[in-house]
Design a protein around this ligand. Structure first.
Ligand code: 5GP
Length: 127
């Protein structure tokens, strides 16, 4: 059985289509390494997704295969997006789901930026 978050990149995934402009998104940032846009189902007053331009399935895939320039460029962009949105002072949460247990839904690596209220404990555990 394939491991979710690893394997072959599906170029028809929803974020690949957003990158190609085939599906609309509310973009807040873009540069050579990253594109950021509002999540369609926000879980906080600010919920932005930052994705690399390259075809990487997950954090595991990205950190294994991307070049140093892509990795540094991407993570600098994550910080830049948060700064540009004015999130540094109130603070924010950055998270990436990877693979089966995390519940990762979209197989294109993305970092969630969540902000705009007290975010509570990091994990809500379910039985
Ligand atoms: P994951 O569970 O993979 O970490 O997060 C995927 C996120 O993508 C979810 O928060 C979901 O709301 C968001 N999402 C799914 N489809 C779309 C879409 O078509 N447009 C946008 N902007 N966000 C999406």
């Amino acid at each position: 059985m394939p491991v979710k978050g690893l394997g072959d990149y599906d170029s028809a995934n929803i974020f690949a289509r957003i990158l190609r402009g085939e599906i609309p998104s509310k973009r807040v940032f873009e540069n050579d390494f990253a594109v950021a846009f509002h999540d369609i189902a926000p879980q906080a007053p600010v919920h932005v997704l930052v994705i690399p331009r390259g075809p990487y399935i997950s954090l595991a895939d990205f950190t294994a295969k991307a070049s140093d320039a892509e990795i540094s460029g991407f993570f600098r962009a994550v910080g830049e997006v948060a700064r540009q949105l004015g999130l540094d002072a109130p603070g924010y949460r950055a998270l990436a789901n990877m693979g089966e247990d995390s519940g990762q839904e979209v197989p294109h690596f993305h970092v969630h930026l969540l902000a705009g209220r007290k975010l509570g404990s990091m994990l809500v555990t379910q039985p």
